[in-house]
Design a protein around this ligand. Structure first.
Ligand code: ADP
Ligand code: MG
Length: 249
């Protein structure tokens, strides 16, 4: 489904990603790990289009997407939950999810302001999609709550719901479990595993190696902007380069 070929990006002359290549199969759950600053977030934002690659190629289902802006990639099925993603303050749980969906519709701000018929129809669809996504992550009963009042674990599931309104075929999750308590982490793992079982292709950056190894089909390890290993969780755990660069620390 996803083919990343020799993707590179520098910041101030230093490589954040250097010739990063990987292939993700349809329906796969790919873990991405590596020390802080390894280039994991850079990789995800280049795939989603929020950051430009300086060289390399990204192919989604046979289509080159590396020249497309983020919203076009989103329309093609790429969804991202950014590291440390924020909620919209002062808005309900439902509104937070609906705002995510609104940005992807055809009817733009002008039609929204004029409340044209197409906009009203889309508004109904958006709220229907938002309700469905909230049900998917188990937050239906909190739909009218102020999103910021939710415990962190539920806030993260809300971020996930927002991404799910797009019915993505490739879901990029950048450290969705960071800062969560053990039970919240388990709930989130369970949810990610369910999405994977339903056939969604997922890439997951996660600090907790035991969580990634329990979820992922394959794991890519980055260090200093380069791929140093790629394999099954068992292969990764035994890889001497991974142990030296990362697991051994
Ligand atoms: P990770 O997600 O693995 O912790 P990042 O992709 O965030 O790593 O960062 C990789 C490297 O690129 C780091 O050295 C970081 O400081 C640098 N970097 C990332 N984003 C920027 C930016 N917007 N401006 C300058 N340097 C950046
Ligand atoms: Mg990061």
């Amino acid at each position: 489904m996803l083919d990343v070929e020799r993707l590179s990006r520098t910041f101030g002359g230093v490589y954040a990603n250097r010739d990063v290549s990987l292939t993700v199969a349809d329906g796969e759950l790919r873990g991405v790990i590596g020390p802080n600053g390894a280039g994991k977030s850079t990789l995800f934002t280049m795939i989603s289009g929020h950051l430009h690659a300086q060289s390399g190629r990204i192919t989604l289902d046979g289509q080159h997407i590396d020249r497309l802006p983020p919203h076009r990639r989103a329309q093609l099925g790429v969804a991202i939950v950014f590291q440390g993603a924020r909620l919209f303050p002062g808005m309900s749980v439902l509104a937070n999810v609906a705002v995510g969906a609104t940005s992807r519709t055809r009817a733009g701000a002008v039609s929204a302001a004029l409340r044209l018929p197409r906009h009203r129809r889309e508004e109904r669809e958006i709220f229907a999609d938002a309700h469905e996504a909230l049900a998917r992550v188990g937050l239906s009963e909190w739909a009218d709550r102020d999103a910021e009042q939710l415990p962190l674990g539920q806030q993260r599931r809300l971020q996930l719901a927002r991404a799910l309104t797009a019915s993505p075929k490739l879901l990029l999750l950048d450290e969705p479990a960071s800062g969560l308590r053990a039970n919240e982490r388990r709930e989130l793992s369970h949810l990610i595993r369910e999405l994977h079982r339903d056939g969604m292709t997922i890439m997951l950056i996660e600090h907790d190696v035991s969580m990634v190894t329990s979820l992922a089909d394959r794991i890519t390890v980055l260090d200093l902007g380069e791929v140093i290993a790629d394999g099954t969780p068992d292969e990764i755990r035994r890889d001497p380069r991974v142990i030296a660069a990362y697991l051994g620390k």
